[in-house]
Design a protein around this ligand. Structure first.
Ligand SMILES: [Zn+2]
Ligand SMILES: [Zn+2]
Length: 808
């Protein structure tokens, strides 16, 4: 027989202690004695002993059963609790609540709700404020809004919505689920006299956590004015609100209340107070508080370090860091990373200071901590020191998704897109599941490389991973799809988004513009402004690009003007280039000249390119010469000004000057960048140069080209020899044209891309005029949608027409 040892047990401290202590443990105990003992055993978590006693009790009443169920439920032995519950012949509301509360506390939402509905169907016992309370608390902590709302409905039906405890729970639940207006409604509809300090604190915390700091401060004032006492949760919430808006003076008033309230030595209150002063840049007071603290609180030390670095006091930050080490404080995963994060985000702090922290980390042995290494990789990557980032990364024994994200994002930021994709694939091959940050980053890299299939796979995997919606991922998706010319997909994502910001709208506006959909671009702009979002520098580049490609002079002038007068944005070279391009295309060189003289910034290459293109179109040699000369100076290795100028001369019959330009180009050792086209099909990318014969299926491809040329000639196409090489006879010229890289790529596309699917081609240079014309015929003859992205914009060829309106 197992004996209870009362000397080891803390039972004698309970009110019943002496009474129980004086009873000998034998069968002669009354039911009351046993129940009292059972209650105490349960209270102190001695579940096994409680169960032995329970099994021995000949007579069991409601209390006996419920106490045992509570004992199991509180200690997390829910299967045992449920077994006993099912056997219990005298189930009452307490029994139901005990089990429901157990499931709730352990986050077993399905079981908890199952029981709750069962209790209602059972009908013998109704839920009360405790049943509701447990379920609401679980909904709050797990963020289960839908279920929380169901429970809210039940409380209304049963009248428990008038219980202040239930209301407090619901209020906190809505605030936790970011439904601040619902929380506010509950708060406002609760009469002043019924609100207790929990009600006030829940509302205040809701405001503070959901980004309404001023309302939180207001709420604190009202609460105090109404004579409600603050507690250890009220103060940290209102202090966080003060810190977020740098309201030091209000924070100091709260400090006064804390001193009066007696919560001065509460560690959470102290830590929040210190963080408030530190964030409000009052480092002197913060330091005073830090020194006066009874215990070494790591959170407080961390806030102090972060703020010191932010204020540019790296030495002080490092000395605090050293002191933490001296005091043997447990440096947690936030301490070093928070210092390193500051180095990462502030380019003001020299990389050599960051490197000295790195040395310190190695010396003090913190180099073994994963979060520390992750922060190091992130810091070096953000500062663009990729080799150091890679070195730390490679030295890590264990890498997690954060380590990989830091490196992938670093590569994307630094324009190493292929490396970013390669790392992402390595990460997945290593069994690490991507999170939303790395997903957003790798989508940006796919967008830059126009790898639609790859981007789609990343998108698919993201959907499968079940992450909650993320603005940054959605924004990257919209950008990726528009940059890959897949506007339908971009639209689907855009329409499904619950929240859209400036980046979302701008991605769509620029995307439409680059894909030749000027009308849609301008419409999106109107919708964006109507939804209260202000455009920025990049939004206007998109808008003006759209206008210039659609020849919308009036609209462009209006936007160009509004940019400065309404939004206070000074136009940059990109905006001028669009406007000059627009006037140049329409042949209005005076207007273009006028703008050129107006520019506050030096005209850059894009501006001169626009003038050169316009001069060529209108045969304006004088302007062309000037633009070409400037462009040759700005981009000494660019062959385009030489080629265009030479073509202009020969078009005007000035063959000698044309030859001179070509000779100059040769003497300066400048060669035309070879045209190259890529076509994506079946998850593989094939590239073609002009007259390329390296492809394994070249025989098929060349006969497809011949067939293609024959069919489109029948349909009315005639080759434009001005795009051919000069030193060939007519037949040679025609053949040369036929084997331009774009044409080889589209022939391969017709062979390899399933019919019905669009053929996607990317070209490194601008598409040549002859190929552009041929593509239009091919799209009609073969009934295919051809999407060609050249170095300037997208061309959607469909039904014999191009989305650019032959204006590129
Ligand atoms: Zn061509
Ligand atoms: Zn086009």
């Amino acid at each position: 027989m197992h004996r209870l040892d009362f000397r080891k047990c803390r039972l004698h401290l309970t009110p019943f202690g002496n009474y129980i202590h004086n009873q000998s443990y034998n069968g002669g105990r009354t039911k009351l004695h046993s129940n009292l003992l059972l209650g105490d055993l349960s209270k102190f978590g001695r579940v096994e002993e409680a169960r032995q006693l329970f099994d021995k009790m000949p007579e069991k009443d409601e209390f006996t059963w419920n106490t045992m169920i509570v004992a199991y439920s509180v200690s997390g032995r829910l299967a045992d609790a449920e077994k006993l519950f099912r056997r219990n012949p005298v189930k009452n509301t307490i029994s139901w609540n005990a089990l429901i509360s157990g499931y709730c506390k352990h986050g077993s939402e399905d079981e908890a709700f199952g029981l709750f509905w069962e209790m209602q169907f059972d009908g013998r016992r109704s839920p009360n404020e405790y049943s509701f309370g447990s379920l609401i608390r679980m909904c709050a902590s797990l963020g289960l809004l839908l279920r929380g709302e169901q429970i809210h409905g039940c409380t209304v039906k049963t009248g428990f919505d008038l219980d202040v405890g239930v209301v407090n729970g619901l209020l906190a639940m809505y605030a936790q689920c970011k439904r601040i207006s619902e929380a506010e409604y509950l708060f406002v509809t609760t009469p002043l006299g019924q609100r207790n300090n929990v009600t006030w604190t829940s509302m205040l915390t809701g405001y503070s956590k959901n980004g309404f700091p001023y309302k939180a401060i207001e709420c604190f004032r009202d609460m105090t004015r109404q004579g409600n006492n603050s507690n250890q949760f009220t103060f940290p919430s209102v202090l966080t609100a003060c810190a977020s808006v740098l309201a030091r003076r209000v924070g100091a008033q709260v400090h006064g209340c804390i001193v009066k309230s007696g919560f001065k030595s509460n560690i959470f209150v102290q830590s929040a107070l210190l963080a408030m002063y530190a964030k409000c840049r009052d480092l002197v007071t913060a330091r005073g508080l830090l020194e006066g603290m009874d215990v070494d609180d790591v959170v407080s030390w961390n806030s102090m370090i972060v703020e010191c670095v932010r204020e540019g006091l790296e030495e002080e930050a490092l000395s605090l860091f050293g002191k933490m080490h001296e005091r043997d404080m447990e440096i947690d995963e936030f301490t070093i990373p928070s210092a390193l994060n500051c180095f990462a985000s502030s380019s003001r702090i020299g990389i050599e200071v960051a490197s000295s922290v790195h040395c310190l980390i190695v010396k003090t042995g913190y180099g073994a901590y994963k979060p520390v290494n992750n922060a190091l990789v992130d810091m070096y990557a953000k500062r663009g020191v990729m080799d150091s980032a890679l070195k730390v990364f490679e030295g890590m024994v264990e890498k997690d998704v954060i380590s990989w994200t830091a490196l992938v994002t670093g590569n994307t930021h630094n324009g190493c897109y292929e490396e970013a994709l390669k790392l992402f694939c390595d990460m997945r091959a290593g069994g690490v599941s991507p999170d939303q940050f790395v997903t957003a980053s790798v989508l940006s890299a796919s967008a830059e490389l126009t790898l639609l299939e790859f981007g789609k796979q990343v998108h698919g995997n993201h959907i499968k991973s079940g992450f909650p919606p993320s603005l940054s991922v959605d924004n990257s998706l919209v950008t990726m799809y528009t940059k890959c010319g897949s506007l339908e997909d971009a639209d689907v994502i855009f329409n499904s988004m619950e929240i859209r910001d400036l980046i979302t709208w701008t991605a769509l506006i620029v995307g439409y513009a680059k894909n030749g959909k000027a009308k849609e671009s301008l419409q999106s702009y109107s919708l964006m402004v109507a939804s209260g979002i202000r455009p920025d520098y990049i939004t206007f580049i998109g808008l003006l690009f759209a206008c210039s490609h659609a020849g919308l002079i009036e609209e462009a002038e209006r936007y160009f003007d509004a940019m400065r007068t309404v939004y206070g944005i000074t136009p940059g070279a990109e905006h001028y280039a669009c406007m000059i391009d627009l006037f140049g295309r329409s042949g209005d060189f005076d207007k273009a000249e006028e703008l050129l003289n107006q520019m506050e910034v030096e005209p850059d290459a894009t501006v001169w390119k626009a003038i050169l293109a316009a001069s060529r179109k209108h045969g304006n040699i004088e302007n062309g010469e000037r633009a070409a000369k400037n462009l040759m100076e700005l981009e000494p290795n660019n062959a385009v000004p030489y080629v265009l100028l030479s073509n202009m001369y020969s078009a005007a019959g000035r063959q000698e000057e044309a030859a001179n330009v070509r000779r100059l180009m040769k003497s300066r050792n400048i060669s035309k960048e070879p045209g190259c086209s890529w076509v994506e099909g079946k998850g593989k990318v094939d590239s073609f140069m002009s007259e390329d014969r390296r492809h394994p299926r070249m025989g098929e491809i060349y006969s497809k080209v011949d067939e293609m040329m024959l069919l489109i000639k029948e349909a009315g196409y005639s080759p434009d020899m001005s795009f051919a090489l000069h030193d060939l006879d007519k037949e040679g010229k025609e053949l040369g044209l036929a084997y331009h890289s774009e044409k080889l790529a589209v022939a391969f596309g017709l062979l390899a891309v399933p019919s019905g699917a669009p053929i996607r081609i990317i070209k490194n240079l601008r598409v040549c005029g002859d190929c552009h014309n041929a593509m239009k015929y091919i799209s009609r003859v073969y009934l295919r949608h051809i999407i060609l992205r050249d170095s300037n914009c997208f061309h959607h060829f469909r039904d014999g027409k191009c989305s650019c309106g032959d204006y590129w």
